[in-house]
Design a protein around this ligand. Structure first.
Ligand SMILES: [Cu+2]
Length: 174
């Protein structure tokens, strides 16, 4: 069996496009924060990451701060056949656990009041605020919208702009 060079190149190309980057504070590691590209006139964008807790005690993500008019933790829920988003006030990470915010899985950071769309290849600074570990400065890389035909990506077809943020109490996640 010989290695086909084209297959190898394809794998390397993907790894570069979605370059991993991690941030550590105490027992917490924030893995690969990324945001999804937005449509030209979008005023909201979604961000994702994983948080791993290697410690013996739980910690809690209580806020995400970034240079946008409003930033909140959200979860997408289905009610009466309609997808809506609700604020998440906190995300607890149990000892030994990894919490994943990923497209199609509900939880996300919502960046609101964008004055320019998120474009692939851009990045922006943000700070994750934890109850015990304190603040972790991270960088979100803007990545392509995941292929909606991929399994488990149903929710990602939602355009956040179509959803009614007006009914939510945004102040809870300030
Ligand atoms: Cu949202």
């Amino acid at each position: 069996m010989t290695i086909r060079p084209f297959a190898v190149l394809a794998v390397l190309g993907f790894a570069t496009a979605a370059q991993a980057h991690d941030y550590k504070a105490g027992d917490l590691t924030v893995l690969h924060p990324f945001a999804i590209e937005t449509a030209a006139r979008a005023t909201t964008g979604a961000g994702y990451f994983e948080i791993r807790n290697d410690g013996d005690t739980a910690d809690t993500l209580i806020a995400v701060e970034a240079d946008f008019p409003k930033v909140a933790l959200h979860t997408s829920v289905e009610a009466d056949g309609m997808m809506t988003m609700q604020p998440l006030e906190r995300i607890e990470i149990a000892p030994g656990d990894t919490v994943t915010l990923a497209p199609g899985e509900g939880g996300h950071v919502m960046f609101m009041g964008l004055e320019a769309p998120f474009e692939i290849g851009e990045s922006f600074d943000a700070t994750l605020v934890f109850e015990k570990a304190g603040e972790i400065a991270v960088e979100f890389n803007v990545e392509p919208r995941p292929d909606p035909s991929a399994a488990g990506m149903d929710h990602d077809e939602m355009d956040h702009d179509d959803m009614n943020h007006g009914e939510m109490d945004h102040d809870t996640a300030e």
